[in-house]
Design a protein around this ligand. Structure first.
Ligand code: PNS
Length: 177
């Protein structure tokens, strides 16, 4: 039987428990799921591409049929490149629907053979977004239970001035040669 490869595209700045919930659900219905991080979502993302890839790789290491990759350009061109038959997107609330419908229909126009599949994350993540996580963390609030522990730690390291200072004071490894 034909294997169904799906991509789960997004900016993941940072990845949240809502993303993880969707990845888990997607991994159960697709043979292979590729979490595809868009390279240039915003001019100045909070986390660099390697940082986002590293967090997602750590978060998904227990899912044997999930891998993490990055892409540039059109999602549909990337889908064709990796032979994906489906694009996975999460819908949290009705407010997501209009934008997601528009994107799904445009993607279908670009590439009729690739289907968009919508899944709903668990209810407790229905109000969760990367943008809100960034805002809460930047203003000193707690993002516990909203993101995996590793992401919480990375946010602290990036945003806590004391930790930043400590890192700046740490002696840098000397370059050889
Ligand atoms: O995490 P996001 O911001 O909801 O992800 C949006 C994303 C990356 C899926 C969307 O912006 C996208 O597909 N961008 C790639 C460029 C593209 O294909 N644009 C046409 C969409 S119809």
């Amino acid at each position: 039987m034909k294997k169904i490869v799906a991509i789960y595209p997004g900016s993941f700045d940072p990845p949240t428990n809502g993303h993880l919930d969707l990845i888990e659900r997607g991994s159960k219905i697709f043979d292979e799921l590729i979490v595809a991080v868009l390279r240039n979502t915003e001019k100045s993302p909070l986390f660099s591409l390697p940082e986002r890839l590293h967090m997602l790789e750590a978060m998904t290491e227990d899912f044997s049929n999930v891998r993490v990759d990055s892409f540039d350009g059109l999602t549909m061109d990337y889908a064709v490149k990796v032979n994906a038959g489906a694009v996975l997107r999460g819908i949290r609330a009705i407010s997501d629907y209009e934008y997601e419908l528009q994107m799904a229909l445009m993607n279908r126009k670009l590439q009729p053979a690739v289907e968009t599949v919508f899944m709903m994350p668990a209810e407790q993540y229905s109000y969760l977004s990367s943008r809100l996580v960034r805002e809460i963390a930047q203003l000193g609030g707690s993002v516990k239970d909203l993101v995996p522990e590793l992401v919480e730690q990375r946010l602290k390291e990036k945003l806590d001035p004391a930790i930043k200072l400590q890192h700046a004071r740490e002696p840098k490894p000397r370059k050889r040669g």
